[in-house]
Design a protein around this ligand. Structure first.
Ligand code: T3K
Ligand code: MG
Ligand code: ZN
Length: 329
């Protein structure tokens, strides 16, 4: 049975087309994710009922908060980035369709209901979520809990045709991946990834073979982490729009910290040079090491990404030099 192009048969295809049209910007997350599910044939493979997929994605999109950066556009962006990264020829045929379903789903849900505040802020203000999750990956636990809560309504349960066992493994993969997007996990995650690749290189075969669940999920955790840290690998005009959104979100947190008489987090201080300085420091400490490791796995697929990352860092260094020279003159 052909899958209706817009997901459901409708007497008003034009109206639904406008609603789903990513250009109109009404529902970018639904439009992009539905398209990716279609392109990867996930709807047919897992007998997903199209109207349930639309209902779930509409509810998910509406559960993203209207904050400057961690809004539905970021969810859509990370989902699209995940989709592209999964196509790297260096990992072609490595992951099966269940893992791909889990990875795409984890990407689109990974920041749902984000409050625009960081984990340290929620912890130091004793937010209900920090109490509920005992200060442990507070936001990330919340995101993945909300994502699964939305599935509980029958008309939104896109996985209703999976067996109980398949659902159990899918759920474990999605929880593992979303929790891995907590920056506090970055160092361990990357070190484990580098150790895995080192061990694989020692084994001599030139293609990646991953047997255990732990090895396979470790690569998928780093993959969603790459997608979440992909802003700096995008063309400068796109990248700079993401920075502006994030800085506005941080500055609002800084205002809240000041109003509460708390220390203002370093990234939340309004000043012309912090943007460049923090981006350079963040790229040097976190982003480049991660993307260099990913680049070694999928060599040479990520070469363009690594070049763009280097160019973007140089752009920050140039604008910082211009700023500091103008201020010292
Ligand atoms: C466009 O710039 C950035 C994009 C993403 C990120 C991070 C850290 N993403 O990590 C996953 C989400 C996370 O854990 N966060 C969200 C950001 O704040 C920390 C907690 C950091 C970025 O820039 C740095 C340097 C200047 C200010 C922050
Ligand atoms: Mg997050
Ligand atoms: Zn994110």
């Amino acid at each position: 049975t052909p899958i209706p192009e817009l997901g459901v048969e409708t007497p008003q295809p034009e109206e639904l087309r406008v609603e789903l049209n990513p250009i109109s910007g009404e529902r970018p997350l639904t439009a992009i994710t539905y398209r990716i599910f279609q392109e990867r044939d996930l709807i047919r493979t897992f007998s997903i009922e199209p109207h349930k997929l639309l209902s779930y994605l509409f509810a998910l999109e509406d559960s993203y908060q209207q904050v400057p950066y961690h809004n539905k556009l970021h969810g859509a962006d990370v989902c699209q980035s995940m989709h592209v990264l999964l196509n790297s020829s260096g990992i072609k045929d490595v992951f099966n369709e269940f893992e791909i379903l889990a990875a795409i789903f984890a990407a689109v849900v990974h920041d749902v209901h984000h409050s625009g505040l960081t984990n340290p802020f929620l912890i130091k203000t004793k937010n209900d979520l920090a109490i509920l999750y005992n200060n442990e990956s507070v936001l990330e636990n919340h995101h993945v809990a909300v994502a699964f809560k939305l599935l509980q309504a029958d008309e939104r349960n896109i996985f209703s045709n999976l067996s109980a066992e398949q659902m159990e493994t899918l759920r474990k993969r999605v929880v593992d991946m979303v929790l891995a997007t907590d920056m506090a996990k970055h160092k361990t995650l990357l070190a484990d990834f580098q150790n895995l690749l080192e061990a694989k290189k020692m084994s001599g075969n030139d293609y990646l073979t991953l047997e255990s669940y732990d090895d396979r999920i470790l690569v998928l955790k780093n993959l969603i982490h790459c997608a979440d840290l992909s802003n700096m690998t995008k063309p400068l005009d796109t990248y700079s729009k993401w920075i502006d959104r994030l800085m506005v979100e941080f500055w609002k947190q800084g205002d809240a910290e000041r109003d509460l008489g708390l220390d203002i987090s370093p990234m939340c201080v309004r000043s012309p040079t912090t943007k460049d300085k923090h981006q350079i420091g963040f790229i040097n400490s976190f982003v480049h090491p991660l993307w260099e490791t990913w680049g070694s796995l999928v060599y040479p697929d990520a070469n363009t990404i690594l070049e763009t990352l280097a160019q973007n860092r140089e752009w920050h260094e140039a604008s910082l030099a211009a700023l500091t020279s103008s201020t010292t003159d």
